[in-house]
Design a protein around this ligand. Structure first.
Ligand code: HEC
Length: 184
């Protein structure tokens, strides 16, 4: 009897943890979409108005950090959201060791053809969680992250980010992640 209740107890704990993770995932994805949506909406609008990419670039350089800060102000105090990449452009988006590990697993999955863009990774350290969503390079991204960047845009990018690593990408390449951190 004791054994049975022990098994039951551990089963319930497992189910409880599972439910907990689903909640964390949902919450993290919500914050990821808030930041991703805000940036994408602005980028697309600027690209439509000025297809050369100049005003969109000016916008990204000038406003990405403040938009990120503004979205974070809307989140509960135990949560945050940011973007990062292995080949990063903005020093403020520099990855830490955990970010690097997760991004490397995404790249491995792409190489092994086991990757899906919906592949959300959750990592846990006690009561701290990170929810990661991968970002791939699309056609529109090439203007500022591709192999043949227009000279004028390139000059503006290099001036703003002398140590820029975020160039030379092809469509479908892994670009980086949006990550939400939640402490509960
Ligand atoms: C008009 C130019 C432009 C376009 C188009 C563009 N980006 Fe960027 N991107 C930038 C600039 C400038 C930064 C650095 C400022 C920032 O956003 O923090 C940046 C930063 C990023 C970052 C943050 C990590 C880092 O390197 O600092 C990610 C992720 C990113 N871009 C992904 C994309 C993706 C995916 C697309 C296509 C959907 C895209 N970008 C299209 C200019 C652009």
């Amino acid at each position: 009897m004791k054994k049975v209740s022990l098994i039951l107890a551990s089963l319930f704990t497992a189910i409880y943890l599972q439910a907990d993770m689903t909640e964390i995932k949902q919450e993290g994805v919500k914050y990821i979409k808030m930041l991703g949506g805000e940036l994408k909406q602005n980028l697309m609008a600027k690209m439509k108005l000025d297809p050369s990419g100049e005003s969109a670039l000016g916008f990204c350089i000038g406003a990405a950090d403040s938009i990120t800060a503004k979205v974070n102000e809307k989140l509960p105090p135990y949560a945050s959201v940011r973007r990062t990449a292995l080949k990063y452009r903005n020093e403020n988006n520099k990855p830490d060791a955990k970010d690097i590990e997760v991004m490397k697993t995404y790249i491995e999955k792409i190489q092994n053809k086991t990757f899906s863009p919906k592949d959300i990774v959750i990592i846990q350290n006690k009561n701290e969680y990170r929810v990661y969503k991968p970002l791939l390079i699309k056609g529109i991204c090439l203007k500022c992250h591709g192999e043949n960047i227009d000279e004028k845009l390139k000059t503006t990018i290099t001036k703003a980010y002398p140590n820029d690593l975020a160039v030379g990408f092809k469509e479908g390449d892994f670009r980086g992640v949006i990550v939400s951190e939640i402490k509960k």
